[in-house]
Every structure is written in C-alpha cells, then in structure tokens.
Design a protein around this ligand. Structure first.
Ligand code: ZN
Length: 383
C-alpha cells in the first residue's frame, strides 16, 4: 500500500462524479485555503470535524459558506480535554485543575505554560447551539486516547495556516506524536482516563438528545469505548430471534408483565445513545468488529479508514477491512488541508478498499457513497 507522500489521484472524473465523500477531515485547520480548494476538489462532500474551543466557529462559518459541500461536525477532541474543567464551580486555580486531570503530576514550571481552563458546561452550550443550527451536523471529533501525551512546550497542537506550501504537512493525527520521531517533543503527561470519559459522556448526551451521528476517535481504547457505548444502550439491545419468539409465546400466557426494555421503547424520550457511530481511522482488532456490528447493538456502527493512519497497520488492515460488513465501511482523508493531497489520500484508500473487498471501482464507490449518505442522513437512498 502506498504511503502518504506517494499518494496520487488517478481516478477518472467519471468515478468522482459518482460521489466520493470524505467521512472525516480537518480542513478548517487551514481555513484560508478551504474556499479556493473547494472549487477544484472533486470530493462530493467533506465531513468537517471541529476539535477544540476555537475551531467550532470556523466549522460553522465554513458550512454556512459552502452548504452544498460541507457537513459540519462539532465536538471536543480527547487531545484537548485537559483544557476543560468538569466541576460545577471553577477550580481554585489552573494549577489545581491540571494537577487533578494530568498524570503523572507535572511540575509547576510545566503548568505555567498551560492556559486557564474553561468549563465543560460552557462548551456544551456552544455544542448544543451548533447542533440546533445545523440540521445535519454530527457530534465529533470526540473519543478516548490513552496514548496521547501533551507536547513539552505545553502548547496546543495546532497546524494553522502553515507557510509550507499548498498541501504540505502531516495528518493532524500523525502530528499528534504517535510516530517515534515525535517522541522527544512530548512530555510524559497524559489526561486521566476518567476526565476524558467525563468530557466524552457529556457530548454523547447531546448527540443522543438530538439523535445525531458521532465521529469517534479511539486510540488504545477500543475495549473502553465499547464498554461506554454498551452501557448507554443497556436495556435497548435488540433481542435475538429466539428471544423474540419465546417472548411472543410467553405473552400468550402472561398478560401484562412489563419489562424494562419494553418500558424504554414505549417512552417518547429519545434513546440515550447516538443512532449512528463512526469509529474513525479504526485501529482495533478485527474480532471487535463483530461485537460492534452484532445484531443486538441498537445503533449502527460504521468503520472509517484513512490511508495515513491505517497504512501503519500493514497486513492487519486487510484483515480488518475484510471483517467490516460492506454496508458499514466509510472512507476518510483525516487531512487538515483541503487540496490535492486530501483528494489523493481519499482516492488511494478507495482503491485499496475496492481491491481488498474485490469490488470493481464503480461498484465500490457506489457502495461507499451509499454508506456515507446513510451514516450522515440516517436514511437509505436508492441510487
Ligand atoms: Zn480527526
């Protein structure tokens, strides 16, 4: 499989015209380049992720300016969760806040580099407002990352408006410090799992309330993410056929024994979990795909693949792709600059998936397009 630098787009225009959708990208990190790039890009629509406090408004603006090309996604990425406090009252000082959410405990010198934290509830208000403003907005990028460490500089990770040419740079996920060359500039400090979970759950609540899909980042957290979601859908799992049959038979004799599950389903409140979940740049084991896609799961779980992240998994990527049901596959660039590289990354992953799945290019693009539309809009289409 090709790597990031040699990615090229050699798909015929007729294939692009069938509709290739980027299920997860970050072009607002280089906002100035976005409008011009959209004029030349063949990508049908970009699902644009927000990640932190200051890019929510850019994702909103970009959507207002390019409503035909952008599906917005609002959320707070696990890499930045330390910047939020989850308590009702503000912390005594930023020092006490960061000491509580970072492990191991950093020295004062390091904490001095970090900004004043902001309340999670104020972020949730912004998130809710954006979700209400945009009918098809997703919640994301949200998730859990157990390998991420804060940069030594204490600075936020940011790729804004780099001067390094049109498409230069690495994927935002790559720059995060998962590659060995980044090791030196990373501190040993991580955000506690507990804190990441609190921020994730608050956002999942919004997604559930408005019944929106979510785009989820998970690194070294596949078991935990599954546990979090399965707790949310507890009592909602779809009974097996045998159970359903047994229940119908029992109902003939037992007149009115209302089960918890039936009670939930009868209530008019939306279920407490998002209806559709995208595990973006999925890097978990192939076995776990069966858990997420079991017919008992009451949400539709999709798996999205990017060239940059997933090519690191080598042979395992083929096994993972083969294990994903055809109607749950999505493609993404996960790239932070709209432009030719983004398009090439998408073209390469589309070709790779078609090869592994044994699909003709046209057939594969149609399947992937249909999947994206079902994931985003929640309805199946007929083309
Ligand atoms: Zn991302």
């Amino acid at each position: 499989m090709v790597d990031f630098d040699s990615a090229k787009d050699d798909l015929p225009r007729s294939i692009w015209q069938l509709g290739i959708y980027d299920a997860h990208c970050h072009p607002t990190d280089n906002y100035k380049k976005l409008a011009k790039a959209l004029d030349i890009l063949d990508i049908a629509k970009l699902t644009v992720m927000a990640t932190r406090l200051d890019d929510q408004v850019r994702v909103h603006d970009a959507t207002v300016k390019h409503p035909d090309r952008i599906i917005p996604s609002f959320g707070y990425h696990p890499w930045f969760t330390h910047l939020l406090y989850t308590t009702t009252l503000p912390p005594e000082s930023k020092y006490s806040h960061y000491r509580a959410v970072l492990v191991p405990e950093p020295p004062e010198q390091f904490l001095e580099l970090l900004p004043e934290p902001v309340s999670l509830s104020s972020f949730i208000e912004i998130l809710t407002e954006n979700i209400e403003r945009h009918k098809y907005a997703l919640v994301g990028e949200i998730g859990i990352d157990r390998s991420f460490r804060l940069p030594n500089s204490g600075e936020l990770i940011s790729f804004e408006e780099s001067d390094t040419g049109d498409d230069a740079g690495d994927s935002s996920e790559g720059v995060a410090g998962h590659s060995p060359s980044d090791a030196k500039r990373l501190s040993p400090y991580k955000v506690t799992l507990e804190h990441q979970i609190a921020v994730l759950l608050a956002q999942l609540c919004v997604a559930a309330k408005y019944q929106r899909p979510v785009s989820v980042h998970g690194v070294q957290a596949h078991g935990i993410l599954y546990a979090i979601f399965s707790e949310l859908w507890m009592g909602y799992s779809i009974p097996s056929r045998r159970q359903q049959k047994r229940e119908t038979e029992e109902q003939r004799f037992v007149v009115c024994e209302v089960e918890d599950e039936a009670e939930h389903l009868a209530s008019s409140d939306p279920p407490p979990f998002p209806p559709r979940i995208c595990l973006h740049s999925y890097s978990g084991p192939p076995d776990q795909i069966r858990l997420w896609t079991s017919r008992k799961v009451p949400a539709a779980v999709y798996f999205s693949f990017s060239l940059v992240i997933n090519s690191r998994y080598g042979e395992k990527l083929r096994q993972v792709l083969s294990a994903v049901p055809d109607d749950r596959l999505l493609v993404e660039s996960d790239f932070h600059v709209a432009g030719k590289t983004m398009q090439a990354l998408l073209a390469e992953i589309v070709k790779f998936i078609c090869e592994v799945k044994g699909w003709e290019l046209e057939q594969g693009v149609r399947i992937l397009g249909k999947n994206w539309r079902r994931f985003v809009y929640g309805i199946d289409d007929f083309d």
